[in-house]
Design a binder for this molecule. Structure first.
Ligand code: COI
Length: 354
């Protein structure tokens, strides 16, 4: 554990909380009062601080702007009826953050520094954690290269920060997705498994083309043959046919989603046959054609469980049964939400209470 006094706290004297309409929260546009910052230089993490949420001032030569060494995480915390804050599986995000850091040639953030900074930030801004239905406090930890230097090499200095946003749903309703066969999100040996900012930048153009055609997101396929389903970019993807729940196995090209993992654990707990494996596009299309694909949904921290209503493949729209009639995703989403918000027993011991 890092000593509490390692984090200097400078509280705001001007809270913005009364300006916030907690009943109508957009996603990612409202920021809580404080932020956490730790800097890395000379090979060590320096003293960390919590300050009022504020703009950064950067030298135009700051390395991240030019060469993109930047990673992030998405986490959520919830307020239960007892007023306590519940943080969902933070160990998983901290671990994945450091896997991303390693791939991007960045220093690891010690788990104790990450956890302590996060807990103190949440404690300070606990009034910002919403308790309305479908709301939560979204947490954005991130790290970027801060050397003021023009040249391609790993930076020697970094900034690790955390800020939070009270949010409602990322997707308002069901999503329409298009299977992508031309562009690629990631490739073997690349950075697809890492939560690297550049992965998202590279996905914007193909996603925009699909959005112009009326789809919310792409369903990415493998970059070699465009034969296997990978993920959806903002979320992993899970399917149900009969008694089987199946999802592309995580790999070097797919982000290892924590919501995905939680949903598959719940599915196993319910007694479904759960498969994590390669999934051919052709298999999904066949199931859609024969009416045997019962459910398809995205799973992600921001998206939570996002039912898929339409899958487009080679110009044809295939419709899924109405999500209201689904037997698994709706129940699992409610179950997961009840565990996260303390309404039911945390039977997998996923919550950290603050
Ligand atoms: C998350 O689910 O937390 C993400 O980082 C995805 C992003 C599109 C909001």
């Amino acid at each position: 554990m890092i000593a509490e006094e390692m984090i200097e706290i400078n509280k705001t004297s001007n809270s913005r909380i009364n300006e916030v309409d907690f009943e109508n929260l957009p996603f990612g546009k409202v920021f809580s009062d404080h932020m956490f910052t730790a800097t890395y230089k000379d090979g060590v993490w320096q003293k960390a601080q919590i300050t009022p949420f504020q703009n950064l001032s950067l030298n135009p030569a700051t390395s991240v702007i030019h060469y993109g060494q930047s990673i992030f995480e998405g986490m959520k915390s919830y307020k239960a009826k007892d007023g306590k804050i519940r943080l969902f599986r933070p160990d998983q995000n901290i671990n994945r953050f450091n896997i991303s850091a390693h791939r991007m040639c960045m220093p690891e953030v010690p788990a104790a520094l990450f956890q302590e900074g996060l807990e103190q930030l949440l404690d300070l801004d606990r009034n910002w954690v919403p308790d309305h239905k479908d709301s939560s406090l979204y947490i954005r930890p991130f790290m970027f290269a801060t050397d003021e230097y023009i040249g391609v090499r790993p930076s020697e200095s970094y900034m690790f920060m955390i800020f939070t946003c009270p949010v409602n749903k990322y997707y308002a309703g069901s999503v329409k997705v298009k299977i992508e066969e031309e562009y690629s999100r990631s490739m073997p040996g690349g950075t697809g498994f890492a939560k690297a900012a550049g992965n998202y930048a590279a996905s914007l153009y193909p996603a925009k083309l699909a959005q112009n055609e009326g789809y919310n997101q792409l369903l990415w396929t493998d970059s070699t043959e465009h034969k296997y389903i990978e993920e959806s970019g903002t979320m992993n993807v899970v399917f149900k046919s009969g008694n089987t729940i199946f999802s592309p196995a995580v790999s070097s090209t797919i982000l290892s989603g924590i919501t995905r993992d939680s949903i598959l654990k719940i599915a196993r707990d319910y007694g479904y046959n759960v498969e994590e494996r390669k999934i051919e596009v052709a298999e999904i299309i066949k199931l859609l054609e024969t009416g045997e694909l019962d459910e398809a949904f995205g799973a992600g921290t921001a998206a939570t469980i996002a039912p898929i209503s339409t899958i487009n493949f080679r110009g044809k729209d295939y419709e899924l049964p109405d999500a209201d009639s689904w037997e698994f995703a709706t129940k699992a989403a409610a179950d997961l939400n009840a565990m996260k918000t303390g309404k039911s027993e945390d039977r997998f011991k996923w919550n950290v209470i603050i």
